[in-house]
Design a protein around this ligand. Structure first.
Ligand code: SAM
Length: 283
C-alpha cells in the first residue's frame, strides 16, 4: 500500500469516509486505518462503536468530535500527532467535513503543521449528483440551506440563477417546504430530482419538475434525502444584444478582435458568432 509521505516521526490525521447506508461500501483501507490508529474521533461513540462492531473491527480508543467539541479537541489531536500517534476522524456517515464535523479540526491540524490524509469513500452529495443525470461537469454543493430569513432567500435566489447543477441536503421533515421554495425561486418547471435512502434497501431516485416533486413529497416522507436541481437554462442572446455590446466595447477604443473576445466571454456566446456579426454589421 502506498502511504502518504511521512513527516519524520509525527502522526497523521486520517479523514475516513464511512458508508451512507450500505455497509459493503466501506473500503479496505478505511478498515485498516480505523484499526491501526491510536484514536478514532467520531461524532457519536455509540454509532461508530456499532459500525466498528458490524465491520468486526477493534478501535483502540474513541474520542468525541461533534459540532460542539470539534474545536476543543484540536489541541488533544495535535498532541497525539506530535507524539507520533495517528488519529482517524469519521462522521456518523459519509465523508467527514462535508456538512459534518471536520473542517475546523483539519484547519487546526494544518495550522500546527501536522500531516492530514484522506481515505475517500461514500458521500451523499457525490452519490446524488452522479445519479441525477444532470450535467456533472460543473456542480455546486449547497449543503443544508439556512432554515429561514434573508440568508435562505438569498441562497434560493442564487440557486434559481445558477448556471450549474446544485445539490442540497434536506431532512425528510423539511423536504416539502424546501421543494416548494425551490419551485418559487427556480420556476415550477425546472427539472430536479430527489434521491432518498441512497445505497439502502429502499433507495429511490425520483426525477421530475420542481412542481411535480413538490406534489409527490408533500406528505409524510421517511429516510434521508438529497435534492438535485438542474441549472437555469441559458438565456438566448439576440444578435442585437451582441451588436450593442460590440459597439460599446469598440467605443472604448478596444480593437475589433479584442472586442469580439470580450463580448463572447461576457455574454457566454460562441466567439465565431460574435466575430461574424462584428464583420457583417459593423464594417
Ligand atoms: N458527510 C455526509 C456525506 O458526505 O454524505 C453528509 C452528512 S449530512 C449531516 C447528512 C445529510 O446527507 C442527510 O440529511 C441527507 O441529506 C444526506 N444523506 C446522508 N445519507 C443519505 C442517504 N443514504 N440517502 C440520501 N441522502 C443521504
Amino acid at each position: 500500500m502506498n502511504e502518504p509521505e511521512e513527516n519524520t516521526n509525527q502522526g497523521t490525521l486520517y479523514l475516513v469516509a464511512t458508508p451512507i447506508g450500505n455497509l459493503g461500501d466501506i473500503s479496505r483501507r478505511a478498515c485498516q486505518v480505523l484499526e491501526e490508529v491510536e484514536v478514532v474521533a467520531c461524532e457519536d461513540t455509540r454509532r461508530t462503536g456499532k459500525l466498528l462492531e458490524l465491520l468486526g473491527l477493534q478501535a483502540k480508543r474513541l474520542l468525541i468530535a461533534n459540532e460542539h467539541t470539534e474545536s476543543s479537541i484540536g489541541p488533544t489531536v495535535v498532541d497525539l500527532l506530535a507524539q507520533g500517534k495517528d488519529v482517524a476522524l469519521v462522521s456518523d456517515a459519509g465523508t467527514p467535513a462535508i456538512s459534518d464535523p471536520g473542517e475546523r479540526l483539519v484547519k487546526h491540524v494544518v495550522a500546527n503543521e501536522h500531516q492530514v490524509s484522506v481515505v475517500p469513500g461514500p458521500s451523499a452529495a457525490v452519490a446524488a449528483v452522479t445519479l441525477s443525470g444532470f450535467p456533472t461537469k460543473r456542480w455546486a454543493m449547497e449543503g443544508f440551506l439556512p432554515r429561514k430569513g434573508q440568508e435562505r432567500s438569498v441562497q434560493l435566489k442564487a440557486i434559481g440563477l445558477a448556471d450549474r447543477t446544485t445539490v442540497i441536503f434536506e431532512s425528510p421533515k423539511r423536504l416539502g417546504k424546501t421543494l416548494s421554495d425551490l419551485a418559487a425561486a427556480c420556476g415550477p418547471d425546472r427539472p430536479a430530482a430527489v434521491m432518498r435512502e441512497l445505497t439502502k434497501l429502499h433507495e429511490e431516485s425520483v426525477r421530475g419538475t420542481l412542481a411535480e416533486l413538490r406534489e409527490r413529497f408533500s406528505g409524510d416522507v421517511k429516510g434521508e434525502t438529497v435534492i438535485v436541481v438542474s441549472a437555469a437554462e441559458a438565456q438566448e442572446v439576440s444578435d442585437e444584444t451582441i451588436i450593442n455590446a460590440l459597439e460599446e466595447e469598440l467605443a472604448k477604443g478596444t480593437k475589433t478582435s479584442g472586442a469580439v473576445t470580450q463580448v463572447s466571454i461576457a455574454l457566454g456566446v460562441q466567439r465565431n458568432r460574435v466575430y461574424a456579426l462584428a464583420h457583417q454589421k459593423l464594417e
